[in-house]
Design a protein around this ligand. Structure first.
Ligand code: XIL
Length: 472
């Protein structure tokens, strides 16, 4: 069965599609990765960056599939404290509010890392590094107190041979910087789960042995440590056979483990055999996590192949995620659904139905100062809808409210980049603090998730500040 797509004019087609779909798609599979994972006591997450939030096809998948969000870059030191004592939490805040809008939690990433570290830190006299590190941790963890599920307190501390990286923190404090960072983070936000996160520690090897010994020693000293993040940037066909045993040995120390940045890179172009292998790789990772009681969840690094850091970092490689460049689910998606106990009979209905902008206009009045493109992705009982509104007028809009009528049976359950009231019938979406100003030509994308009872069509018309919008 093909995808369920609804533009403003495609509602009838959509409803027909859904009727046919309902028989074949299992409710579980259609519910998305997060619902399946939650039924197993786990979460399923993704990394998101600020620019991702304005891609409707991406956010439709994010809202439907993921209940954990890791900011891709927005909470790193170079963004949050670009110069000594001067903090910028706006980008991270935007990711947090988006995550909240889709009912997702946040993995804070990260407080201390040798990379994406502003040069002012590495140029400090060593005697000043500890105070700078503690101030950074305290300020950032306090800012996000109560808003993050966990923190990657120290990111990537190890070399491949299991020695500690000789970065500015190690140079200033020796190995004790890690315990100090954990204690400082705990003091600032006692409710956050505190993690050490690294790559190439997924299987049993010298590097994961070193992490194991470190965690063991931290636990013995009573240092607050709650979990180990296995980044899991895999190469096709190379998921370590010791992944589950390795997770298990960490769990036996009394810490959680999480798969924090999963991707599985393929040498391009990817063949269909490659995509099948990737499906088994993804399933192996999810199965390992489900088998180990202390594994709390799996997060992919980016929603789709178009968002992945892989092509920019590993030349010649790509296609590393569960969604292709157009946010269509790949075989890995079906394999993960199956691993989570769902049905793969109709993955496209549950994932990102093909997201095409509405083909038809819905203008009910003369051309207004606004244009609305509306994309619905629906499954048998629910839908996500992303609405891009553009200021087509010649004056800046300062504050907006978008009026529309939800088709009968639709009830909004969450919204992003807007607040929608009431939940059904004729509703109004109003801007949030960061997207209320629209210069001429500027656009913003908002959206919502809703339940429906069979009619998943888009609203027939929109008004912006009382004026009818054109579609497009
Ligand atoms: C990556 C981001 O995805 C890129 O946008 C950025 O240019 C570099 O960092 N390990 C981590 C992540 O812990 O923070 C990295 O993210 C990927 C590797």
């Amino acid at each position: 069965m093909a995808v369920a797509v609804a533009g403003l004019a495609a509602g009838a087609l959509l409803v027909t599609g859904l009727a046919a779909e309902a028989g074949s798609a299992s409710a579980a599979g259609s519910a998305g990765l997060k619902t399946l994972a939650e039924a197993k006591g786990r979460y399923f997450g993704t990394a998101l960056t600020q620019s991702n939030l304005s891609v409707p096809a991406l956010t439709a998948v994010a809202a439907a599939q993921f209940d954990m969000v890791t900011p891709g870059n927005e909470m790193k030191w170079d963004t949050t404290e670009p110069s000594n004592g001067s903090y910028n939490f706006a980008p991270g805040d935007q990711i947090v509010s988006y995550a909240q809008s889709i009912g997702a939690k946040v993995r804070g990433h990260n407080l201390v890392w040798h990379s994406q570290l502003p040069s002012w830190v590495s140029s400090l006299p060593t005697a000043q590094v500890q105070a700078a590190m503690e101030a950074h941790i305290t300020t950032e963890a306090t800012h996000y107190k109560g808003k993050v599920y966990s923190w990657d307190v120290v990111n990537e501390p190890f070399n491949e041979d299991g020695t500690l990286r000789q970065d500015a923190f190690y140079a200033a404090m020796g190995s004790g910087y890690i315990a100090d960072a954990l204690r400082t983070a705990h003091a600032a936000d006692p409710g956050a789960k505190l993690y050490l996160n690294d790559y190439n520690i997924e299987g049993e090897n010298a590097k994961s042995d070193a992490m194991y010994n470190l965690v063991s020693s931290l636990k013995a000293q009573g240092v607050p440590i709650d979990g180990v993040g296995l980044e899991s940037h895999f190469i096709l066909g190379q998921v370590p056979s010791t992944l589950q045993a390795n997770m298990q040995r960490f769990a036996a120390l009394g810490v959680n483990v999480a798969v924090t940045e999963l991707d599985d890179r393929i040498q391009l172009p990817a063949s269909s055999a490659n995509l099948s292998q990737q499906a088994s790789d993804y399933a192996a990772v999810v199965n390992a996590c489900l088998t180990v009681t202390g594994c709390v969840g799996v997060s992919q690094w980016g929603v789709g192949d178009a968002d992945s850091w892989i092509p920019g970092t590993f030349s010649g490689y790509g296609a590393a995620t569960m969604y292709d460049n157009n946010y269509q689910p790949k075989p890995a998606y079906s394999a993960v659904v199956t691993a989570l106990g769902g049905s793969t009979s109709s993955p496209s209905a549950s994932a990102s139905a093909s997201a095409s902008p509405s083909p038809s206009a819905s203008a009910t009045g003369s051309a207004g100062a606004c244009k609305v493109a509306d994309v619905v992705n629906a499954w048998n009982t629910g839908l996500t809808e992303n609405i891009t509104l553009t200021n087509t007028g010649s004056t800046t809009i300062s504050g907006w409210s978008l009026g529309f009528t939800l088709p009968a049976g639709q009830t909004v359950t969450s919204a992003w980049n807007t607040t929608i009231t009431p939940a059904s019938g004729t509703v109004t979406g109003v801007n949030l603090s960061y997207n209320g100003t629209l210069a001429p030509g500027a656009a913003t994308t908002i959206g919502f998730q809703a339940t429906h009872t069979g009619n998943a069509a888009a609203p027939a018309a929109f008004t912006l500040n009382g004026r009818s919008c054109t579609a497009g």
